[in-house]
Design a protein. Structure first.
Length: 96
């Protein structure tokens, strides 16, 4: 990690990371839209897959010594938000 001289340098680096995260979440949204196109309505929520994702992320976050539970909490929020988004767009995507 770089040795910063000012708080503004640190904040600028955080802002750059936040911008990259936002772009990745946007790309995730595009993939969610593709998934909705391929799913049946009863396939929107796959509890087994969600649990597998959360378990893997929790394990990896522990290896990186991230604050306990933080990553799982963030991903649960993101997953739930995208589930809501999938439900909101499902009928529009499948309208024929």
């Amino acid at each position: 990690m770089k040795n910063f001289k000012t708080i503004n340098q640190v904040r600028n680096s955080i802002d750059k990371i936040d911008s990259k995260l936002l772009e990745l979440i946007y790309k995730r949204k595009l993939l969610v839209e593709e998934a909705v196109r391929l799913k049946k309505k009863n396939q929107i929520v796959d509890k087994k897959r969600i649990q597998e994702i959360l378990n893997e992320l929790d394990s990896e976050s522990q290896k990186k010594n991230l604050p306990e539970g933080l990553i799982v909490k963030i991903w649960k929020t993101m997953i739930n938000g995208f589930i809501k988004y999938e439900r909101d767009i499902y009928d529009k995507v499948h309208k024929k």
